[in-house]
Write a protein that binds this ligand. Structure first.
Ligand SMILES: [Zn+2]
Length: 352
């Protein structure tokens, strides 16, 4: 009996000292836009291909809601909220009407929960958008709606102006209020239009209780950056189920520290240094690979710190460096990390 009490006290003390969060596991978030054959190919998947994805998920994964994933990986999570080993979340951006027409009937067959990030001021206004009536109908069938800003502007536009942060936060807050008014729900989840954000915006949103979502790739766990969580695009060139399988099984790279938290660059200065400090307890240094434009990078290590600086000036627009490493304990699964970089044009515009 005494031994038992001693053990409990010791364990409690130990986990407090170690600051250990329960190991709740990992989840992967998929991002779709159009499910249609007559929309822009880069952001579209055909209904047939989409049906294949859903059938594959039903057979091989556990589809959970975005809310469940966020609760499990939050700082307050307990061991009880452990994720299934193969958790996947389905999201859509932009609120196109083809989600209701083409995607929803397929998803409904499986009863999967999913989330649509919408621009409230475009709903029922722009062609091919959902109407508020459709939004409410989908919601009554278990679909969640979240914030994609009011009108889908490039949020980094004017970020050199003094009122930019205040105005951008006001735009997101306005969209959130409209979501609350129309759907009764305010999740405080923001998907950045075009996946573009900077350090100031993601930090300010976290302070206001929001969780941010980007368009860089990777899995999500307790060690992720909740100001800009990764999602895997699953349409266009990424719709191929064979390449998607590896991503669906990916794990969040345990990054302890990141030397450069500012993904926004300037036209004049666009060769950013980036050093990641990794927890190497379940991966081998020599098996960590990073890729830029499809090419494997030569990596310089210093203990558990790896330099992933791109050896050239980045182009205008969005670039990414992706790093992967096989897990030692989970055979066939890869840790995944993606670093997005954003460069404006010489005149300060952010291209689509
Ligand atoms: Zn969008």
């Amino acid at each position: 009996m005494h031994y038992f009490i001693f053990s409990v006290v010791f364990l409690a003390l130990f986990s407090t000292l170690a600051g250990a969060k329960p190991n709740v596991g990992h989840g992967v978030i998929l991002m779709y836009h159009h499910v249609s054959t007559d929309t822009p190919p880069s952001t579209s998947i055909s209904p047939e291909n989409f049906a294949e994805h859903m059938a594959y998920l039903a057979k091989n994964h556990t589809v959970i809601s975005l809310q469940r994933l966020m609760q499990s990986v939050s700082a307050e999570a307990t061991a009880k909220q452990k994720l299934p080993d193969n958790a996947v979340v389905i999201t859509f951006d932009d609120g196109y009407d083809n989600i209701a027409l083409n995607a929803h009937p397929i998803i409904k067959q499986y009863g999967f929960p999913y989330t649509i990030f919408i621009n409230p001021d475009l709903i029922g206004v722009q062609p091919r958008q959902l109407s508020w009536q459709q939004v409410r109908q989908l919601q009554s069938e278990g679909v969640s709606f979240a914030n994609h800003s009011s009108v889908h502007n490039h949020l980094l536009t004017g970020s050199d102006q003094p009122k930019w942060l205040e105005n951008t936060l006001a735009d997101i807050s306005k969209a959130e209020k409209r979501l609350k008014k129309e759907t009764g729900q305010s999740l405080k989840y923001v998907a950045y239009p075009y996946g573009e954000f900077n350090y100031q915006l993601k930090t300010a949103l976290r302070e206001k209780g929001y969780i941010g979502f980007g368009q860089h790739s990777g899995a999500v766990s307790t060690t992720s950056d909740f100001g800009a969580l990764p999602r895997f695009p699953a349409a266009g060139i990424y719709a191929n189920l064979n390449t998607l399988k590896v991503k669906l099984n990916s794990l969040a790279m345990p990054v302890i520290e990141i030397s450069n938290e500012q993904p926004q660059l300037s036209f004049e200065d666009r060769q950013p240094e980036q050093i990641l400090t990794l927890d190497l307890s379940d991966m081998l240094k020599q098996q960590v690979s990073c890729f830029y434009k499809g090419d494997s990078m030569i990596l310089a290590w210093q203990e558990n710190r790896v330099d992933i600086t791109v050896p050239e000036v980045l182009p205008v627009g969005r670039s990414r460096v992706n790093c992967t490493a096989p897990s030692i304990s989970k055979k066939g699964r890869f840790y995944w990390f993606s670093q997005p970089w954003f460069v404006p044009t010489e005149s300060g515009n952010w291209p689509d």
